[in-house]
Design a binder for this molecule. Structure first.
Ligand SMILES: Nc1ncnc2c1ncn2[C@@H]1O[C@H](COP(=O)(O)OP(=O)(O)OP(=O)(O)O)[C@@H](O)[C@H]1O
Length: 399
């Protein structure tokens, strides 16, 4: 069993403007000592997913399961969650001041946190450990710096202090939410190096949340690409970077300067992420997708295993042929052919897969009853309700 197994997580918020469906049936898992990168543009539901696991989305409506060492975090009481936060799951945020109190000395804060979770640890021992941790994360003269306040640290040093705090209790999992976004490129690289080194040393599992595929290019074992509150694609790192299937993943790669692919021709994804109150019908990415076909507007794709890839965990939620992988010309030809045919008329599920009938069993073909009839946008399933019902069946796929 994985250290963390999240299944069909759904999170919504009631607001005066309507219900914000921030996370809509997301599943993933993280094994001990491994790194999962969660990537997607702003508003894709990355932070809400992980904050919900930590009990940090008060007022949200939550369903699904999140087993951490076999026990569900979503139903854990506040007392257990207080113990888990910090001691078992550490968190690192973009803004260190969200963890570090500006009015207390840095060393003292780490010391207090150790003592809060380990009441038997004496003040001196906790102090020694705090200083040692500051040294471990590369803060020079840690005994002296421990006596300083957060504002006396540079941005990079504050980030290091927050990492020290997250690691002080030797948690089994660390969730890092855009930990380097506010830092300049050199400091960012140093912090990422540090995190990689410490993760190996401590054998900690890591969830790294970022909007930038470049950030996790050297460190993620597995990558979950999120869009519009859902998983668009999941795979091991190499297949994701070199053989992406989902046009959104491809778009992210081509708009990321430091990612493995697309460095020579930067191309931002046109358009804006969707409203999570009024969610587009069919595939949530279809309004921005250059490969949009008729059925993308009406039928919501679920995660299916891609073919022609030796990664058994590689799944993608897209109606393009499942063997159309990567950025090469062959894949592009396959995609273009599918789009040409798919734009003419809505097709039954298996045929629209462009010759991947073995995958059709997992496909939600309910929107047009699979009869190939022309389903215009006007008579499609209700976008919001229909989508989530479809997602329930298919999103528990391999992570
Ligand atoms: N408490 C809340 N009430 C209402 N809507 C919320 C709340 N928290 C988050 N949201 C909405 O949920 C959606 C997902 O937010 P989330 O922070 O998870 O996105 P993200 O992918 O992490 O992007 P970012 O990097 O901008 O934080 C957004 O549309 C956001 O406005």
């Amino acid at each position: 069993m994985s250290l963390l197994e999240v299944t069909d997580l759904r999170v919504s918020f009631s607001t005066p403007d309507g219900v914000v469906r921030a996370v809509r049936g997301v599943s993933f898992e993280v094994d001990r000592g491994r790194t999962l990168g969660i990537v997607g543009e702003s508003g894709s539901g990355k932070s809400v997913s992980t904050q919900t696991l930590m009990g940090l989305t008060p007022g949200a409506t939550v369903s699904g399961r999140a087993l951490f060492e076999g026990a569900d975090l979503l139903t854990a009481g506040e007392r257990r969650m207080r113990r888990i936060r910090g001691a078992e799951i550490g968190m690192i945020f973009q803004d260190p001041l969200s963890s570090l109190h500006p009015l207390y000395r840095v060393g003292r804060q780490i010391e207090e946190m150790i003592r809060a979770h380990e009441p038997d640890t004496g003040r001196d021992a906790a102090r020694r450990r705090a200083v040692e941790m500051l040294g471990t994360v590369g803060i020079p003269q840690p005994a002296r710096r421990a006596e300083e306040y957060p504002h006396q640290f540079s941005g990079g040093m504050r980030q290091r202090a927050m990492i020290a705090m997250a690691l002080a209790l030797n948690p089994k999992l660390i969730i890092a939410d855009e930990p380097t976004t506010a830092l300049d490129a050199t400091v960012q690289a140093q912090i990422l190096d540090l995190m990689r080194r410490l993760q190996r040393e401590y054998d900690t599992a890591l969830i790294m949340i970022t909007h930038d595929l470049g950030v996790i290019a050297d460190m993620a074992d597995d990558v979950l690409v999120m869009y519009g509150g859902k998983a668009a694609e999941k795979a091991r790192r190499r297949p994701l970077y070199y053989r992406p299937h989902h046009p959104y993943t491809k778009g992210l790669l081509q708009s990321t300067p430091s990612a493995a692919a697309g460095a020579d021709r930067l191309r931002p994804i046109p358009g804006q992420p969707p409203s999570l109150i009024d969610i587009p019908s069919g595939c949530v990415f279809h309004p921005r997708c250059e490969y949009v076909m008729d059925r993308c507007v009406t039928d919501e794709p679920v995660l299916d295993p891609v073919t022609g890839d030796d990664d058994p965990t590689h799944v993608s939620a897209c109606w393009l042929p499942l063997e159309a992988l990567g950025l090469g010309e062959d894949a592009e030809r396959l995609r273009r052919r599918a789009v040409e045919e798919g734009r003419v008329r809505a097709r039954p599920a298996a045929a629209a897969r462009g010759g991947a009938p073995e995958a059709s069993g997992a496909v939600d073909a309910t929107a047009d009853g699979g009869d190939g009839g022309d389903t215009g946008a006007a008579d499609r399933d209700g976008p919001a309700e229909g989508e989530d019902d479809g997602g329930t069946r298919g999103d528990g796929g391999a992570a």
